[in-house]
Design a protein around this ligand. Structure first.
Ligand code: MN
Length: 254
């Protein structure tokens, strides 16, 4: 089984190393193609206005000066001679829960894989900003990652679907299990925007990524994580709201 590993935090991210270790437990044909820099929040963007450079770090480890989508696309087109059987994206340093997935470079890399017809799984580790320096931030993902991926290996995925997994911010032994749940929604609050002035006196803004309190719906990824479970959510690229089709078509008929 050939595995392509990517992420959105960049080729030097600790979470990528965690996922490479997990992939190496599953196969001896593991390849990496990841962005050269941190691309958190890149979503499903593609670099179109500048060239993308591909750098070889070792025989099976490559980086691209672009987005996670660039990395998957160039990995499939330029790095690998034969397509992989599986694409793993992550382990992201931070949650990708609820409506956050549309901002997520981690999930978008897996979306790109799904569009290419390859079984793709995104993995994210929920984190607190403040934590003891000695703590293994990826402890839950490290321990529970293989348990979450294993049942998916012989599960057929529908075309243009993918699976997103989040691990709770807990010690591995305190994770209560895994739940297959739907995507929830956050209470809408994009968090803080810091306003300050640059050295030349011009105003600038910087988005924060604060932890926001939520009231998660039952059966959602947000609820599973809040209760200490790893969440496993199947996602689809078809964003059509099917039940609105007929009503909307009537507005445009005649
Ligand atoms: Mn990230």
């Amino acid at each position: 089984m050939r595995i392509l590993v990517t992420n959105d935090d960049g080729i030097h991210a600790p979470g990528l190393t965690v996922l490479e270790e997990i992939a190496n437990q599953l196969s001896d044909d593991v390849w990496v193609c990841a962005p050269s820099d941190n691309q958190t929040g890149a979503g499903h963007s593609l670099t179109l206005s500048m060239p993308v450079r591909l750098r070889k770090h070792s025989e099976r480890r490559w980086s691209v000066t672009g987005t996670p989508t660039d990395a998957v696309s160039i990995g499939l087109k330029q790095v690998l001679d034969n397509p992989p059987d599986l694409i793993l994206s992550g382990v992201n340093a931070g949650a990708n829960l609820g409506d956050d997935i549309t901002y997520s470079g981690t999930v978008s890399a897996a979306m790109e894989g799904a569009l290419a017809g390859i079984k793709s799984i995104a993995l994210s580790q929920v984190m607190k900003q403040e934590r003891p320096a000695w703590e293994d931030r990826f402890a839950a993902a490290r321990e529970w990652g293989p348990k979450a991926i294993q049942p998916l290996l012989d599960t057929p995925f529908e075309p243009r679907t993918l699976v997103s997994i989040n691990f709770p911010c807990r010690a591995a032994q305190d994770v209560r299990g895994m739940r297959v749940v739907r995507q929830g929604f956050h209470d809408y609050d994009r968090g803080s925007v810091l306003e300050a002035r640059d050295p030349r006196g011009q105003r600038y803004y910087w988005f924060g990524l604060d932890a926001i309190e939520h009231t998660p719906d039952h059966g959602t990824d947000l609820e599973a994580i809040a209760e200490g479970y790893a969440s496993i959510t199947p996602l689809q690229l078809d964003l059509t709201h099917h039940s609105s089709l007929t009503g909307l078509a009537q507005r445009f008929s005649g």
